[in-house]
Design a protein around this ligand. Sequence first.
Ligand code: ATP
Length: 240
Amino acid sequence: STGEPLLGLRDVTVRYGGVVAVDNVTFDVPDGAIVGLIGPNGAGKTTLIDAISGSVSAEGAITIGNESLANKKTHERIHAGLGRTFQAIELYEDLSVRENVVVGLSGRGRAGAAFDEAEFDEIFDLLGLAHARERPAGELSQGQRQLVSIARAMAGKPRVLLLDEPAAGLDTTESHWLGDRLLAIRDSGVTIVLIEHDMSLVLRICDHVQVLDFGRILASGTPEEIRDDPKVAEAYLGSM
Ligand code: ATP
């Protein structure tokens, strides 16, 4: 991790018909950082990571390292180093944790590639899933389910991991444990963009926070600066 910009967004705009869901968003995600992406419901957070991962089309520039993602399809963006999770986790309930990760890989341009067991061991160790690898997904806690979806994304060997509310549905203990796992992922060299409503998690693990409101960047700074920013409090109040 160099701290140099790894993921770059310049004037990224996404329109749904007449609705501007993401409006001229510009920021860098430094290599090796955990960057929080927060904001009220409907602010455009998921749409922004959809734009980065290529599942919606966007205006503006999106780069990873020196590589432009603009005209790349989703699988090419995965190849370029992007991984992501989704708000709704879809697991095969009867398949084991390990099988769920293997199945996930086949959708990521690695179908037929040799599945290196040592790679899996590394990912499962990092995520604290080693003891659960043969358990059916249907028996897992919500926190473990989140980690399986992250393991799927990690199996694509991302340089940047985009996480959409991984603490949703977790209690305080599980959320803290998830935070430890995310720090371990970061320490292994993976840069993280974290959409999250759990502010204690954001305050604890993020190096930097970007606040979206009505599709625009409302504020950015350290977690403490964001917590103490009256503009941010007002945006959240306005949404309640
Ligand atoms: P949440 O925290 O509730 O997940 P969010 O910040 O992720 O919210 P988005 O889901 O990105 O916000 O939504 C941003 C805006 O774009 C909202 O006004 C939403 O209604 C609109 N929007 C999202 N997806 C679509 C779509 N497929 N078609 C039309 N409008 C959409």
